[in-house]
Design a binder for this molecule. Structure first.
Ligand SMILES: Cc1cc2nc3c(=O)[nH]c(=O)nc-3n(C[C@H](O)[C@H](O)[C@H](O)COP(=O)(O)OP(=O)(O)OC[C@H]3O[C@@H](n4cnc5c(N)ncnc54)[C@H](O)[C@@H]3O)c2cc1C
Length: 392
């Protein structure tokens, strides 16, 4: 069994851990990164459907859900999307901008991981992959990490083990357990950016409409606009993934399936068409047919009564959906909740009560909306930890 001393020991070779390693090693610190996976950055490699939505053109505190909405400001101010873009450009990685300011890696997610990997190795960071962490202890003002291959000691320990999303890729609650071990609290964790399952009475409808995608607006705070996708299990698509960050179990969503559509005018403009065919001018035909069928609405558009028109308006503009549940951590992109940030210094990512103990990335109670914000948080918080959290 080996014995090793380093200055900064990082648990987790994901986006936050690798970026913190780069920031610290660039300052001349000796850094070791431990991960139980065989390869680093596995989530980065599958991110954005293999295209890696690295960041967004504009990243603000309001793009995040966190117990303290001000917590993210300092790290975001010190590592901006422009910084990330420049850093990648200097290493030959270019970003393509898409709708909503999303910035994707032009060469794909694999190139992104390779870039980080090359940088880490070039800086002499030691990577202990395929290594199981057995325990962490405080000793002599520093930390001792026992693994299946030996013991590692360091004055600084950064926990960057991510959240619970995608356990099939090796996500565990190690970081949350360590936080509790050192006296920090962990806010309730639940799947985020996740599809929502249909309640029993809407399962058949969702199955029937599976594959249909359309732009919607979902009422609430905040109002969420974007595409919705009907699936065999319920609802998905960008708007639903975003709303999953705010949905509370037992509550219902109110969805506008055709924002801005004047249903009465549409029917008036096509009086001889069957109602479903008139509606199909403004929405997918299968959806129009299902809505009419649900209301028992047939006949010509010109003969639609005021009462029926009102019911149709409600079904289209105030479509109710009370999710039975989320699709779970296995289908979620992120974890809501995590290490309570109230005891973490927002500039250094260091725990206020345990000097030398740092947290970065998704393990913290910080969750971004869809669009590159979660990876950006991993870069920014990792950079803050590696830059300001560790003294050479
Ligand atoms: C399918 C999918 C697509 C996504 N696409 C995007 C996207 O395009 N843009 C975006 O911004 N965000 C995206 N995300 C979210 C984003 O990938 C994460 O928020 C981000 O990777 C978190 O970085 P992290 O370093 O904090 O954690 P992770 O990247 O999860 O890294 C944690 C590391 O810790 C290791 N680890 C965990 N437990 C242990 C343990 N017990 N012992 C040792 N090591 C351990 C893991 O193996 C892993 O390497 C996506 C997520 C998923 C699941």
């Amino acid at each position: 069994m080996s014995q090793e001393q380093t200055q900064l020991l990082i648990l987790g070779a994901g986006a936050a851990g690798l970026f913190a390693a780069i920031a610290a090693a660039s300052r001349g610190l000796a850094v070791t990164v431990v991960d139980h996976a065989r390869k680093p950055g596995r989530k980065i490699a599958i991110s954005g459907g293999g295209r890696c939505n690295v960041t967004n053109t504009v990243v603000e505190a309001s793009d995040y859900v966190c117990g303290n909405p001000h917590f993210v400001k300092s790290a975001l101010a010190r590592w901006t999307p422009q910084d990330m873009r420049r850093w990648l450009q200097d290493r030959g990685i270019l970003l393509d901008e898409e709708a909503g300011g999303k910035l994707f890696c032009q060469q794909g997610a694999g190139a992104m991981v390779q870039c980080l990997w090359d940088e880490v190795r070039g800086l002499g960071v030691r990577l202990a992959l395929n290594t199981v962490v057995r325990g962490v202890q405080r000793e002599g003002g520093g930390f001792v990490v026992t693994t299946d291959t030996g013991t590692l000691r360091a004055p600084y320990l950064l926990v960057a083990t991510g959240g619970l999303a995608w356990p099939q890729l090796g996500a565990t609650g190690l970081g949350h357990d360590l936080a509790r071990q050192f006296g920090l609290s962990v806010t309730p964790r639940r799947p985020g950016l996740v599809p929502l399952l249909a309640p029993q009475d809407q399962q058949a409808l969702c199955r029937e409409l599976a594959g249909i995608s359309l732009p919607v607006r979902i009422a609430g705070r905040p109002v969420i606009a974007g595409d919705l996708l009907f699936t065999h299990q319920g609802l998905s698509g960008p708007a639903i993934l975003d709303v999953s960050l705010f949905w509370k179990e037992g509550t219902s969503l109110t969805i506008d399936l055709a924002p801005g559509l004047d249903v009465a005018a549409l029917l008036r403009g096509a009086p001889r068409l069957e109602v479903r065919n008139a509606l199909a001018r403004a929405m997918p035909a299968r959806l129009a047919a299902a809505l009419c069928q649900g209301l028992g609405l047939g006949g010509q558009a010109g003969q639609c009564s005021n009462k029926m028109l009102q019911l149709l308006e409600d079904a289209i503009h105030r479509f109710p959906f009370a999710p039975a549940a989320t699709a779970g951590h296995g289908k979620a992109e992120v974890t809501l909740g995590g290490v309570d940030v109230s005891r973490i210094d927002s500039k250094t990512m260091q725990c206020k009560d345990v000097p030398g103990l740092l947290f970065a990335g998704e393990v913290l109670d910080v969750t971004g909306r869809l669009g590159g914000f979660n990876l950006h948080w991993a870069w920014a918080s990792g950079h803050a930890a590696g830059q300001a959290g560790v003294t050479a």
